[in-house]
Design a protein around this ligand. Structure first.
Ligand SMILES: *Cc1c(COP(=O)(O)O)cnc(C)c1O
Length: 379
């Protein structure tokens, strides 16, 4: 029941009792566990791109900061600016390529940015002449991800020489990204690691940060030479491999997705439910309607998946609509009864992994897809 939650909805200014409940304790637990494991020489940067993987970037950044992280990673300049605007003064690394015309903003806001080509550096230099602050950069190395970054020793050497000779650019870091750190087969990982070590060994001077670990690399390849970890999915308590590899530390999922029954009725044999009339009752059945649909990120293909009412599994029957969906109840339940779409109820639990498997995707995509109109409530 949501009887205690009225205040929360008044505070958030939303008037529908469908929400994502985010546990601050879980975020803290996940960060502190990892920091204890990696020791003090290695810095933990919390990855809060994509609105903190759907958990709310600013809120998560504040919780992470209070848990002692050294900095943050985002994907876009706009995401970095959102954090600065909210008063986050810690280092922020932008992991994606930013259009070079915006380098004055990056420098002025004390952000660090990823660089993938010499041309970008040269253009940046020209745009920085009016600037009082240097531009902090991290060189990306493409060791086999095939996405962004310098690929060869000669490319890297040219870039290193360029930044070393520049007064306006500060060579703060260098990094790579692994494509298969979450897989049991380590062949590709080791190939990338070898290439990373080769490229790093060609540097005349190592920058402050040499890094290569996302969550999966941090969890399953702790031996790699790195002094900064870009900790994303595992901070949110989700396993980067889904269910393939067991995490060496406990991960506590931070997000639950909760709604309630807004309408309950009994239907007769032969009655149908939702668009396309794809569901037909074979018996007298109790049906509950939940105010969440695909416009909330509760995907249309979740028809057939189960949610929890009173600790019991209830199937989503008929097509998921834009704003609502229907479930089959084991008996009559009052309007206002809590429905747990993701999370624990009684002795049972629906996990993001379960949804991801049902939808043929990964847990990352589910959490990032929860729409903005679903309020995030921090407990
Ligand atoms: C998103 C991202 C991360 C974080 O990855 P997780 O798997 O969520 O830990 C780390 N590094 C780069 C370059 C990324 O793009």
């Amino acid at each position: 029941m949501l009887q205690n939650k009225g205040g929360i909805f008044l505070v958030s200014g939303k008037h529908r009792k469908t929400y994502a409940r985010i546990s601050k304790k879980a975020i803290r637990h996940n960060l502190q566990n990892e920091q204890a494991r990696i020791g003090d020489e290695c810095k933990l940067f919390a990855v809060v791109k994509a609105d903190g993987y759907g958990h709310g970037a600013v809120e998560i950044a504040k919780i992470a900061r209070d848990s002692g992280v050294s900095g943050f990673c985002v994907a876009l300049l706009d995401e970095a600016l959102e954090l600065r605007k909210a008063g986050i003064t810690e280092p922020i690394l932008i992991l994606g390529i930013v259009d070079v015309e915006f380098v004055p903003i990056i420098a002025a806001e004390d952000l660090s940015v990823t660089v993938s080509s010499l041309e970008w550096l040269k253009e940046a230099e020209q745009r920085l002449v009016q600037q009082t602050k240097a531009l902090r950069i991290h060189l990306a190395l493409d060791t086999g991800m095939g996405r962004i970054g310098f690929r060869t020793v000669s490319e890297l050497t040219e870039a290193e020489n360029y930044v070393t000779n520049s007064e306006l650019i500060e060579f703060e870091g260098i990094f790579t990204h692994f494509a298969t750190a979450d897989e049991a087969d380590e062949t590709q990982f080791n190939r990338q690691l070898k290439q990373f070590n080769k490229l790093i060994s060609c540097l005349s001077n190592k920058p402050q940060f040499v890094h290569a670990a996302n969550s999966a690399t941090a969890l399953w390849h702790q031996q790699i030479p790195t002094n900064l970890i870009r900790y994303g999915i595992a901070m949110y308590g989700l396993n980067p491999s889904g269910t393939t590899l067991k995490a060496p530390i406990s991960l506590e999922p931070a997000m639950e997705l909760i709604s309630e029954l807004v309408h309950v009725k009994e239907i007769q044999p032969g009655d149908t439910v939702s668009y396309g009339a794809t569901y037909e009752a074979s018996d007298c059945e109790w049906v509950g309607t939940i105010p969440i649909g695909y416009a909330d990120g509760w995907r249309r293909s979740l028809q057939g998946q189960t949610v929890l009412v009173d600790g019991q599994r209830c199937e989503i029957i008929g097509r998921v609509c834009m704003d609502q969906c229907m479930i089959r109840l084991p008996k009559e339940y009052p309007v206002g009864t809590t429905v747990v779409l993701v999370g624990k109820s009684g002795n049972d639990q629906v996990t993001m992994e379960e949804l991801a498997e049902y939808l043929g995707t990964i847990n990352y995509e589910i959490i990032c897809g929860i729409a903005l109109r679903v309020p995030r409530i921090y407990v």
